[in-house]
Design a protein. Sequence first.
Length: 297
Amino acid sequence: MRPPRLCSGAMGIELRHLRCFLAVAEESSITRAAQRLRLSQPTVSRTLAALERDVGARLVDRSTHHVSLTPQGRIFREKATAAVAAFDEALTPGRPGRPRPLRLGHAWSALGAYTTPLLRRWERELPDTPLELLRIDDRTAGLARGEVDAAVLRGRIEAPGLVAETLYLEERVAAVTADGPLAARDRLTLADLAGVPVVINEVSGVTALDLWPPGARPPATVAVTTTDDWLTAIAAGRGAGVSVVSTAETHPHPGVAYRPLPDVPRVPVLLAYRAAAAHPALPRLLEIAREVTAGAG
């Protein structure tokens, strides 16, 4: 298999082509990529087709509604991610002589109760290198697209060019309508939730129907794409959700009650970063993150 090219004097590839391709790769959907980029679906399709013509290889398999990368596309994704990250880094504003900020992404709850200790340690020990905490609603919290230097992620992550270290394991909780019958219980089980629809964040959540055993799964799912929409759906009585303890700590909601869910495996909390183009302060971030979470589950 011949690796796809990234640049050539005869090619007309622009940054917009690479961003479009990375959005499709991250979302596994032309529709969701178009929504993220605020473009029409035909525009995204045309941009992707133009990129494939210039690269000289098919990058995306469109044979199903759930698009996937071809082998050439997976190779090209690593190259495109590095190219976009290098461009963004070159344009990052900063004061002369001062290190550029280290951007730490997260999808919804960062490190939970350990977030503030991490930020305070960083400010005390590296005051000249700003640590920017950015909430980005996608599976890798902007890391795969080069929007951040590192990210706090949960669950299993499969993305080319990323390295992840497990910091600790986090207990799960059930999220139910505050005035519903399930909220009256001190704790819940998966079986308790099997009789109601389950609200699933398809972009960055850690819950899917396969969390339940076959034959004992909820009757329906309610798909959302952000944590805010997930909370709103549960508060409105459209279903129940499953998340982690840090969600209850960082996202209280008057219409949502959180209850322990002890019969479910805990969720790995990861600190992930790109194998290439690392920020020079990244090793220190890893050290501090390990230290502030030491002794966690």
